[in-house]
Design a protein around this ligand. Structure first.
Ligand SMILES: Nc1ncnc2c1ncn2[C@@H]1O[C@H](COP(=O)(O)OP(=O)(O)OP(=O)(O)O)[C@@H](O)[C@H]1O
Ligand SMILES: [Mg+2]
Length: 330
């Protein structure tokens, strides 16, 4: 049976999805080694996307982009975003990952919280402050202020933790002005940080919890993953000795509330009451071999003897679940 996969990426591939062009090339090589014919489409805009898709004979797409964008530094979703999953749905082309609706629900963190909360998934107190809107009066301090639709800890520094209404107003204004988007205000979760990998669907679904740590010397005022601590090899992931079952259960509930598919990774922290809360679900998790958290967690639970083999097995698990869904099992 023919299996042909097209990897879609563009200038936003690192900010939005699995990583830059170098990562995409490694992914391409890995998919080909697994026996699935694979190629890369680097597209900057709708015209380039359409030109590639008009010619493509692929039976599945895997996109590093939520939406078509020329922005390299931030996700920065505009009103008029052209969502890759919507464009693929319109063409009837299946893709790896969650549905178009779920992708949109995951990239905007306030929306993710609202959906999860309705389904009884434990999330932090949260309120969204759009540019121009007044600062809400009911915020519990200390609070945490972050952009509503970013990743890689963009916009996160020690100033994200605010202790007074003045600090809150200043950091919300900073997010509006510097990142051009709504500011999500949450309760500050002071405890340990976890990240949980979900692979596959239905009875083949695997949930693998990891604990994230950074050497104490790198923290400033707060034990948070500031933007300068990300992507530079400072974070370490280990198999948790505490909260493991709690994290797995929270992840199962989140994936079912949001209807996640194939591969997502959720970040969690322990609140002041000692219980875990989900802070976000990543719809297109990083796929940098060795460095990204998904491959790191997979290696901890399923070591194959070499980092290359671990990476290949994780990618194979994603491909198996996605091709099975479209009736073309690998
Ligand atoms: N409510 C909170 N309380 C304490 N720390 C928080 C809170 N929300 C986020 N953080 C810290 O900020 C970091 C980045 O936040 P979050 O995971 O929501 O955003 P992200 O930039 O989208 O991450 P990713 O790159 O994993 O997609 C977290 O890893 C955590 O250390
Ligand atoms: Mg995160």
């Amino acid at each position: 049976m023919k299996h042909e996969l097209l990897l879609v990426t563009g200038p936003g591939g690192d900010a939005q999805g699995w990583g830059n062009m170098h990562v995409t090339e490694i992914l391409n090589k890995t998919v080909n080694e697994i026996g699935v014919e694979c190629s890369i489409a680097f597209v900057r805009n709708r015209a380039e996307f359409d030109a590639v898709m008009d010619k493509s004979t692929c039976d599945m797409v895997w996109s590093s982009l939520y939406y078509l964008s020329e922005k390299e530094a931030i996700v920065g979703i505009p009103e008029e975003a052209e969502w890759v999953s919507d464009l693929l749905d319109a063409r009837g082309i299946p893709y790896i990952g969650s549905s178009a609706q779920t992708m949109k629900d995951m990239i905007l963190k306030y929306r993710t919280h609202e959906i999860m909360e309705k389904s009884g998934v434990l999330v932090p107190f949260h309120v969204l402050v759009e540019p121009g809107a007044p600062i809400p009066a009911n915020v519990p301090f200390p609070a945490f202020v972050k952009p509503n639709g970013e990743s890689r800890s963009v916009g996160i520094s020690d100033r994200s933790v605010v202790n007074t209404p003045e600090e809150l107003a200043a950091q919300v204004a900073w997010v509006h002005h510097e990142l051009g988007q709504g500011a999500l205000v949450e309760e500050y979760l002071p405890g340990e940080e976890y990240t949980v990998l979900m692979l596959g669907n239905g009875e083949h679904q695997e949930i693998l919890p990891g604990k994230v740590t950074v050497d104490e010397s790198h923290y400033g005022k707060y034990r948070i993953l500031r933007s300068d601590l990300r992507g530079v090899g400072l974070t370490k992931v280990s198999i948790p000795t505490e909260h493991a079952e709690e994290a797995a259960e929270l992840m199962r509930k989140a994936c079912s509330a949001l209807k996640c598919m194939d591969h997502v990774r959720a970040d969690m922290r322990v609140g002041a009451d000692g219980r875990l809360r989900i802070i976000e679900v990543n719809g297109i998790p990083g796929l940098k071999p060795v460095k990204s958290w998904s491959p790191q967690i997979f290696s901890l639970y399923h070591p194959q003897g070499s980092p290359e083999a671990d990476y290949r097995e994780m990618i194979r698990a994603i491909l198996i679940s996605a091709f099975a869904r479209i009736g073309k099992p690998l």
